[in-house]
Design a protein around this ligand. Structure first.
Ligand code: BTN
Length: 279
């Protein structure tokens, strides 16, 4: 069953957006993509379900989400004149919207490049952003994004995770409290709409620096791993197309696309407690 509700996104000139609620679907990204191909939806339409049966994660992984416990939704954007070279603003805007929403409830929330939302060293939220390009390519600016589906999975009230995801965590596990899913959704959409409006009006430096400041492990040297092995580096910046720039200890600059480099999460020496049994 599909229900439509109008949300209160009419702030700072942002058009009222449609929120489509469906009881169950395989993947909100796939469902919203299908809807967009069948009808004309306004930009910033969102599709949310309480039960996602085949949620998709990054790099072909699946996304674990216990029905009725978590927020699983997707937003469709139809940007005008957004060059691929600037496409990372979509990631920045939605990551910040989730982070700023979570900041209302808990501390220690950060954004792990490109768009995972972390609580300390654990993953609280993942995003799958799927872009389509305009046909025809401008010689000057390169291709433009014609549509973007931003899929967000936020772990909210789930008590236990059963998949082999390395480090999931939910709001419930952090605070022992149950949260209202609609309230979280409204806040994320509201903040994202405001930031998108800010982006459209050219106020992009604020978004760049808010994202940079919110980054997980942003200031020190950490161990990274690329196809040639591990190395120590610190984040030097993120470009507008999403390229991660790392600086090694001997000041060498290395640039990576998503999945070309990995932060070695468990680098801190784990001290195993050995209980000595004296007979
Ligand atoms: C990741 O691997 O971190 C990305 C996870 C993205 C999951 C969300 S849940 C809602 C939307 N629909 C999907 O099928 N995936 C995204």
């Amino acid at each position: 069953m599909m229900r439509l509700s109008k949300n209160c996104l009419k702030k700072q000139g942002m058009n009222i957006s449609k929120i489509i609620k469906i009881d169950s679907t395989t993947s909100t990204n796939s469902e919203l993509k299908k809807l967009c191909s069948e009808q004309s939806l306004p930009s910033f339409s969102a599709l949310v379900t309480q039960k996602q049966t085949a949620g998709r994660g990054q790099a072909g992984n699946s996304w674990e989400s216990e029905p009725y416990k978590n927020l699983t939704f997707s937003v469709a954007l139809f940007p005008e004149n957004l060059p691929v070279k600037q496409s990372f603003f979509i990631s920045r805007i939605f990551s910040l919207a989730v982070k700023e929403t979570l900041d209302k409830y808990i501390e220690h929330v950060s954004i792990k490049w490109p768009n995972d939302i972390y609580y300390r060293d654990k993953k609280l939220c993942g995003m799958l952003i799927e872009n389509e390009l305009e046909i025809g390519l401008s010689q000057i600016t390169g291709a433009n994004i014609s549509s973007s589906i931003i899929g967000i999975g936020l772990n909210v009230n789930q008590e236990k995770f059963i998949s082999d995801a390395p480090n999931p965590v939910s709001l419930y596990q952090i605070t022992n409290k149950i949260y209202d899913l609609d309230e979280l959704l409204d806040s994320i959409l509201q903040i994202a709409a405001e930031k998108y409006q800010q982006f459209l009006t050219g106020n992009i430096n604020e978004i760049r620096s808010a994202y940079q400041n919110a980054l997980y492990q942003k200031s020190d040297f950490y161990t990274y791993e690329d196809k040639n092995g591990t190395f120590q580096a610190k984040i030097n910046g993120i470009e507008d197309d999403g390229t991660l720039i790392l600086e090694t200890k001997n000041k060498e600059i290395r640039r990576y696309q998503f999945k070309e480099v990995r932060l070695n999460l468990y680098q801190r020496t784990q001290i195993t407690q050995i209980t000595q049994i004296i007979l």
